[in-house]
Design a protein around this ligand. Structure first.
Ligand code: SF4
Length: 327
């Protein structure tokens, strides 16, 4: 690990100013991914700006929904009464991620900023365009069992590893950001990005910007929500495929549907076409199967992950069945 300096800040403005002073500086929150990246030499900041003292760990009710501070711990959010009441999908997704110890350390903002778990990205001896642009992508013709089937490019087929972000995408959250030019908001679905020709960029955050909070608008989806994660082990494993499903059902018909997938793309993958298929239809397995077919349009596999073309639609159907109560 490279030597680095450590600065602890307690206000938003000093945090932003500290990052602006040093081009290699990075914010440190829970550190559950960043420290691994530093130990393996993937990331080498010369300064860490510890933001844990900032007052950004609350969960508050606003006029239109809930605001979750960027430093709220994953375990605290998962068990919060307001979250359980209004957004059980988020609670389920958080509880499906990592391990209890990691959830006790990891923050909401850090969860959003975590990087892909592609093995080639973490091994400095192997080619990876995300770690070293222009070096090639080892996963394209190599071991790609965990990799993407949607939104890939010729340069990168990695997936975003978060469960929490899948739920926040489905729930139409927005991200509040502060930076040298002031505050702005980004729809959650636009925070992460596809690899395109610049796979080294995971998200649309600008240099020096700080995630302040995530806002989730109230909805009528809490009674029929389910997060289904398919993985190699029952716990402490990243998703092969995951589905966040939330439905508003009245009289057996679906009034509104929200669906997003994890483990299939460089960003949490919102299933808008499938949502349109579900809307206004009876909550039956036949409807769910049609929605899953719509969701799979444009999917492409790379050998090791061919099984996801079957696993993904089946996971969508199972998640919808459980969310609707038709199991
Ligand atoms: Fe690197 Fe992306 Fe290829 Fe993995 S899939 S080796 S992260 S470029």
């Amino acid at each position: 690990m490279n030597q680095f300096t450590y600065t602890r800040v307690s206000t938003k403005d000093t945090a932003i100013a500290a990052l602006a002073k040093d081009k290699t500086a990075m914010f440190l929150a829970g550190g559950t991914n960043l420290i691994d990246l530093m130990k393996s030499g993937v990331t080498s900041p010369e300064r860490l700006v510890d933001i844990n003292a900032l007052p950004l760990a609350t969960i508050e009710e606003t006029k239109t929904g809930l605001r979750i501070g960027a430093l709220a711990k994953n375990s605290v959010v998962a068990e919060d009464k307001l979250i359980l009441k209004h957004f059980p999908l988020l609670s389920q997704a958080l509880s499906a991620g990592a391990s209890p110890q990691l959830r006790n350390m990891a923050t909401v903002g850090g969860n959003m900023m975590q990087r892909t778990r592609c093995h080639y990205f973490y091994d400095l001896a192997l080619p990876c365009n995300k770690r070293q642009p222009g070096r090639g992508c080892g996963a394209l013709g190599g071991f790609n069992r965990m990799h993407a089937i949607f939104g890939t490019s010729e340069l990168c087929i990695a997936v975003h590893p978060s469960d929490m972000c899948v739920a926040l995408t489905a729930l139409d959250a927005t991200v509040l950001i502060a930076g040298p030019k002031g505050e702005r908001t980004i729809p959650f679905g636009e925070f992460h990005r596809l690899p395109g020709t610049t796979p080294e960029k995971d998200n649309t955050l600008q240099r020096g910007e700080l995630i302040m909070a995530v806002d989730i608008p109230f909805n009528k989806l809490a009674d029929h929500a389910h997060y289904l994660k398919v993985r190699d082990r029952a716990s402490y494993a990243f998703a092969l495929v995951s589905v966040g499903a939330a439905l508003d059902i009245s009289g057996g018909n679906i009034r509104e549907a929200r669906l997003a997938m994890g483990g299939v793309a460089h960003k949490p993958w919102r299933l808008t076409e499938a949502e349109a298929v579900l809307k206004g239809q009876p909550a039956t397995e036949d409807t769910f199967r049609k929605a899953a077919e719509a969701a799979m349009k444009g999917a492409r596999s790379f050998g090791g992950n061919d099984f996801k073309l079957t696993l993904a639609p089946n996971t969508i159907v199972e998640a919808l069945k459980t969310a609707s109560g038709r199991v």
